[in-house]
Design a protein. Sequence first.
Length: 342
Amino acid sequence: MILETIEVGGCRSYLVGCPKTFVAAVIDPEISAIERYRGLASRHGLSIRFAIDTHTHADHFTGAREIAHALGAKVVMSHVSPAPFVDIKLDDGDMLRVGDMRITAMSTPGHTADSTCLLIEDHVFTGDTLLIGGTGRTDLPTGDPDQLYDSLFGRLLELDPATHVHPAHEYKGRSGTTIGEEIRTNPRLQKTGRAEFVEMMRSLDLKAPTHLTEALRVNMSGAKSVAQTLAEAAAAVPFISIEELSRRIAARQNDLVVLDVREKDLFDAGHIAGATWLPRGQLELRVNEVFPDPTIRIVAVCEFGKISTLAAATLRSLGYLHAAALDGGMNTWREANLGVEA
Ligand SMILES: [Fe+2]
């Protein structure tokens, strides 16, 4: 098996390939690493056919759908997973053929109801069911410590002790563990009685992961994250630097309109001299009366440079083909002492 481990923050994902047929799968792809998977696949001459999520992640954004879309691969998850964009749903024991390689699904609910471990030869990809020196938490939506106990002690830990373990998280850079090693040294696996284990899991009192609700919403629906929405808008519009805008205004060229899309109190407190005010919330409804000429050069401005990017993208989509956004916001404009009028 060709195996590459990709780390993004504390999240681990894997590229696994068949060395004879050069067909491959990615396991738990993260959306920001898509170009890395493609690059690694190219380096090995692999063609990615499957993007497999071991469970509905609550702490990062899945890249499965984007990979599938970009490469013509299939999205694979458990039959319990709610995401509507899954092409192949696996039951316990189902097997995927990846060239001459076989990936077998082992249903291991507990961290989430749809948690699935993936077996390839003497390797197991455990998602968040079993981590190095830990286990996944059971206090997030669909988590259940009783089920995790059964999945670990009744299933996963029954595998050959020599089986290599590859988790979906590792925060300390460790690798090279096995089922046997974890049974011996993993502190959570020393509570071998059900009641004791469940009590331990219930008393962990962990902080909720950042982006919890957003990650669940995006991963369950296949919709966009806020960061993706902003990135798509930023890719669709040109920007003007603060210095360039300042220079043009100073040159008194009457060839552009500065459009301030902030709320009224912020606009009144200080805006670029001569700016037109039309808040983002009213943009589509009032744009016709405010800008009758669609060929006008509009530079959208907001407080931090994000809402103005969305506004400029909206204006472009409405046919204002010379709309641009300020690269930065009024906060940086003020810091640069470029002058405001109230
Ligand atoms: Fe997880």
